[in-house]
Design a binder for this molecule. Structure first.
Ligand code: SIN
Length: 493
């Protein structure tokens, strides 16, 4: 059932109403405040709840709690940390429907997307449960009488600054390696989607993780000041941020003052190339998967779609036919495949990109209408000029813009003509071309003949102004440890 009956005691229709937490969480306790901010349902604009609008003092309190907890949590045996993660994984699956409900209420994504995101989040927790017991150091060759060892030590208190587009995926991807390595955290949750994050941290505590290990700060009016505190406080050892390149640069500059360890997962503007030798049904399916997941609000969404002249008409007709089948609407409604955008400003930007492309000669062949402040029909544009606005700015919405090209050399140059480099995709049946183009694209992640690259077992991250650091995969815990050299000489000289 999508929702239980809505009542004053259970306004979001959850199976377990206690997962709807309208407080921050510090040292395991719920923290309220006199000033609050409203959280709205993107589908209707109606308020669904409030959260405390915390400032610097409360952020410092959360940092102190995480710092105190670190002194003991860093000594927790690996098997115990693994057990916490396995329990958390089980709890995420048990409460999957409620977590999906919270996502739809506050993020707006369609039910199917929300359910998939909970499974995605759980897979990171399971992966890092495995990594918790693989934090092995190294034994190096001796140098004379000295024996050389490298220990992997938890880095310390981590500030985790989260985006709204994956309300449970991103917290899982950052908190799970924190727990696996014996670090502690202060999580700054987005003002748009705090409730799924808070429910996740409630489940972290139900899984047996001690108070103070994971703390949550909710803020809206004091966002800039709290962000500055989290990136400059000397008790914070590491900052991990997912969001825009603009904000990432500000946070990096702030974190430089105390030389914190930093990972940044920033903007994408991904190219997607359909070569003339592509298997077109695969290319269409891959484009749908990459472009329209979460209504186009992912950092790895294809933003610039380059299609070879020889297959342009065939590909665009096939893509438009599939996109026309999508059903935009409120995320809980039966049959809805694509939910609204997060807020009106996000939809304004998509419409601006659409209008700019049309002004430069593009034509709409599917969708194209704005249905409400936040809801836009999934749209396909053809005859898009390579130089229009959406080539340089991430659209972050359900707009597939098809640009023509005629040679591999030309299209690789166009694809690389970007300051950012997170993901890139292409479709081809030529084995030589697959390796050549995979190597030539200036991105951190390449999808060849697929539009779905993200999973817990692989390193997620970009190059250029898409940031640095990897999340997930075997590298995923490296971001949360320091490698410490220990050289042991002979005690007797
Ligand atoms: C993101 O958009 O930041 C994450 C996308 C993903 O995990 O696939």
């Amino acid at each position: 059932m999508r929702l239980q009956t809505l009542t004053p005691e259970n306004p979001l229709g959850l199976d377990d109403p206690s997962l709807f937490i309208q407080c921050a969480i510090v040292n395991g306790a719920h923290v309220a405040s006199e000033t609050t901010f409203a959280v709205d349902n993107p589908a209707t604009g109606e308020q669904i709840g409030t959260c405390p609008d915390l400032g610097i003092d409360e952020a410092r309190g959360a940092i102190d709690a995480a710092h105190a907890a670190f002194q003991s949590f860093k000594h927790t045996p690996a098997l115990e940390r693994q057990a916490h993660l396995l329990k958390l994984h089980a709890l995420l699956l048990t409460h999957a429907d409620d977590l999906a409900r919270l996502i739809v209420w506050e993020n707006g994504k369609a039910w199917g997307d929300a359910v998939a995101e909970v499974a995605y989040a759980a897979s990171y927790v399971l992966w890092f449960a495995g990594e918790a017991v693989r934090q092995n150091g190294e034994v190096l060759p001796p140098s004379g009488v000295n024996r050389n060892f490298v220990l992997r030590a938890p880095v310390g208190v981590c500030a985790l600054l989260l985006p709204w587009n994956f309300p449970i995926g991103m917290i899982a991807r950052k908190v799970a390696p924190v727990l696996a390595t014996g670090c502690t955290a202060v999580v700054k949750v987005p003002a748009e989607t705090p409730y799924t994050n808070l429910a996740f941290v409630e489940l972290v505590h139900r899984a047996g993780v001690p108070p103070g290990v994971v703390n949550v700060v909710t803020t809206h009016a004091h966002l800039v000041a709290v962000g500055a505190e989290l990136t400059t406080n000397p008790k914070i050892a590491k900052v991990s941020f997912t969001g825009s390149t603009r904000v990432g640069k500000i946070l990096a500059a702030q974190a430089a003052s105390t030389l914190k360890k930093l990972s940044l997962e920033l903007g994408g503007n991904a190219p997607l190339i359909v070569f003339a030798d592509a298997h077109l049904p695969t290319a269409v399916a891959g484009t749908l998967a990459s472009k329209f997941r979460g209504s186009g609000q992912t950092c790895v969404c294809a933003n610039r779609i380059y299609v070879h002249d020889d297959v342009y008409e065939q590909f665009s007709a096939a893509l438009a036919a599939e996109v026309a089948k999508f059903v935009p609407g409120a995320g809980f409604e039966d049959g809805v495949t694509h939910g609204p955008l997060i807020h009106k400003a996000a939809a304004d930007k998509v419409m601006q990109h659409l209008a700019d492309a049309v002004a430069h000669g593009a034509r709409v062949v599917a969708g194209g209408k704005r249905l409400s402040d936040t809801l836009i029909q999934p749209t396909v544009l053809v005859d898009v000029e390579p130089d229009c606005l959406l080539s340089t700015e991430e659209t972050f919405g359900p707009l597939a813009a098809l640009i023509r090209f005629s040679t591999e050399e030309e299209v690789v140059a166009l694809a690389n003509r970007s300051e950012v480099g997170l993901a890139g995709y292409f479709f081809s049946c030529d084995a030589d071309r697959i390796w050549r183009v995979a190597e030539a694209l200036e991105v951190g992640m390449v999808g060849a003949n697929t539009g779905a690259i993200s999973n817990a077992m692989v390193p997620f991250g970009g190059v250029k102004e898409s940031g640095y650091g990897k999340e997930g995969g075997r590298d995923g815990t490296d971001e949360y440890v320091v490698k410490k050299l220990v050289v042991v000489g002979s005690a007797l000289g």
